[in-house]
Unconditional design. Structure first.
Length: 130
């Protein structure tokens, strides 16, 4: 038997039936403040998602500061990282987090081998013998 997901003691069915103001009461203080201040923007975003789902279009957004709500669970949203839209599959454990947390804006730095002249010992070595 699969374990049922609970978010602060609430099931997904209860969370999906809640309005945003009720859902905000379940969140931590920082996310609660952000959701309550930007409630209208988040509601417009949710309406935009519903409209795009009806037309079978991909959901893309630049809004990395949107709080993930229960209505978004199960969707795949393309979040902009500054260069491209990275698809993010929204799962239950992501509730209350920001969309931007799951899309990195900087690449991981990878160094290659040092070039000729990079160290004192390689300065005396010729690049290519003729």
């Amino acid at each position: 038997m699969a374990k049922q997901f609970l978010f602060y003691g609430k099931t997904m069915e209860e969370l999906k039936s809640m309005p945003l103001q009720e859902f905000a009461k379940v969140l931590r203080s920082r996310q609660k403040r952000s959701l309550l201040r930007r409630r209208e923007e988040i509601e417009k975003f949710l309406q935009k998602i519903e409209k795009k789902l009806k037309n079978n279009k991909k959901i893309k957004t630049h809004k990395r500061s949107i709080i993930i709500t229960p209505q978004m669970v199960g969707l795949e949203i393309g979040v902009y990282n500054g260069k491209e839209f990275v698809p993010v599959k929204i799962q239950e454990k992501m509730l209350g987090h920001y969309l931007g947390e799951f899309v990195l804006t900087r690449k991981r730095l990878q160094h290659s081998a040092p070039g000729v002249g990079a160290t004192r010992s390689s300065a005396s070595v010729k690049a290519k013998p003729k």
